[in-house]
Design a protein around this ligand. Structure first.
Ligand code: SAH
Length: 368
């Protein structure tokens, strides 16, 4: 490997890629972090005061500017909204992906092609036109490449030790992932209504969940090689009140909340709407450890609103705090937010970010 590679971090956000690079133990230097979001940039600066931030639109940067940075590696997380299952799936027609197409255009014209490129995105990207364009560009520039569809729990439990991971390992188990596994589990009212079939596993148990879903969750929770939720919680949370879920949201969304207890070993993915929107944005925590979900939701439909609320209150549900979401994403303890960043902004920024441990392994794999 070359001496101290120069890294260009595009769509840098709060610096998830930078943390992953640090964790990978590769002696590299981030020569520029580019992002238009001023709030994200403030957080980045707060944690990496010595890194040069370009508060710019990527498609506004010239070839000359890129050439001057003289980078050996690109780490990038282009916007994922054009590809997410809950989004419009407009793909390359979505204006938010313009900058990425611009990068692809520009790449072959660089004076020096970077030796390494790592791109992170969501499930849905792998079948997009944007991905095809990326591959075409990589092939034209004679790169060799590998693609992975990964679930953090699988990567971290099967390969806790960095050195034991081989490229062939990851690609093989990426194929065994179910569509439900990583980002958002499709347990919405909608999908259930469409899917009800005759099979026993399709029977709705409670909370709109089918035996199949419950079984899948149980098997994840019983897998002792995955850490428990309690390992990621803030100890002695001073004031949990900002994190309680409003009565209105509780009543409206009770049946579709993904509720996890402290001894669970799974959650759904936390996305940028967490804390503001309930549906499909991330799991909520049941802090009453002695109350079973089934006891609260059995015959739930037949209750009056007041009774429903009494039942739900027993679970003592709350949102995970931003620090806890950061922990679940593998951010190191020294990561922090400047005080003035609001709760909503913190959730939004973390929801845009990535799993540090997984990306650290990928960087290592790429370079070695
Ligand atoms: N990996 C990052 C988050 C990536 S989310 C992290 O760890 O936080 C995508 C980021 O791209 C957002 O922060 C958004 O502000 C930025 N972005 C989107 N379009 C952009 C463009 N055209 N130019 C520069 N930044 C852009």
């Amino acid at each position: 490997m070359m001496e101290r590679p120069r890294v260009l971090e595009l769509y840098s956000g709060v610096g998830g890629m930078h943390y992953a690079l640090t964790e990978s133990c590769i002696a590299a230097e981030v020569v520029a972090a580019v992002d238009i979001n001023t709030v994200a940039n403030e957080v980045y600066k707060h944690n990496f005061p010595n890194t040069c931030i370009y508060p710019k639109i990527i498609e506004g940067m010239t070839l000359d500017e890129f050439n001057k940075l003289d980078f050996d590696m690109i780490l990038m997380s282009p916007p994922c909204q054009p590809f997410t299952r809950l989004g419009t799936q407009k793909d390359v027609l979505d204006s938010r992906i313009k900058s990425f197409l611009y990068i692809l255009d520009l790449l072959p014209s660089l004076t020096k092609l970077p030796k390494y490129i790592l791109l992170e995105n969501v499930k849905g990207f792998e079948t997009s036109v944007a991905r095809n364009k990326l591959l075409q560009t990589l092939e034209n520039c004679r790169y060799s490449y590998q693609e992975f569809l990964l679930s953090p729990t699988l990567v971290l439990e099967q390969f806790p030790d960095l050195d034991s991971m081989e490229a062939s390992d990851i690609s093989s188990f990426s194929q065994t992932l179910s569509a439900d596994d990583n980002n958002m589990e499709g347990i919405t009212a909608d999908c259930c209504a469409n899917e009800i079939k005759n099979g026993r596993d399709e029977t709705v148990l409670y909370k709109l969940e089918k035996i199949r879903h419950v079984k899948q969750k149980q098997s994840q929770d019983n897998n002792s090689s995955t850490q428990m939720i309690q390992d990621f919680l803030e100890e002695g949370l001073q004031d949990p009140s900002p994190y309680f879920i409003s009565t209105k949201s509780l009543l409206r969304y009770a049946l579709i909340l993904d509720i996890v207890g402290q001894t669970c070993r799974r959650s759904v993915c936390f996305t940028k709407g967490y804390g503001s929107y309930v549906e499909g944005t991330g799991s909520v925590l049941k802090t009453a450890s002695d109350v079973e979900l089934a006891s609260v939701f059995q015959s739930f439909e037949t209750l009056s609103e007041d009774e429903k609320l009494t039942q739900l209150a027993k679970l003592k549900l709350r949102y995970f705090t931003p620090r806890e979401v950061a922990n679940l994403h593998g951010f190191p303890p020294e990561f922090s937010f400047p005080e003035k960043i609001s709760l909503k902004q913190r959730y939004r920024l973390l929801g845009n970010s990535l799993n540090i441990h997984v990306v650290a392994k990928l960087i290592k794999l790429m370079v070695e």
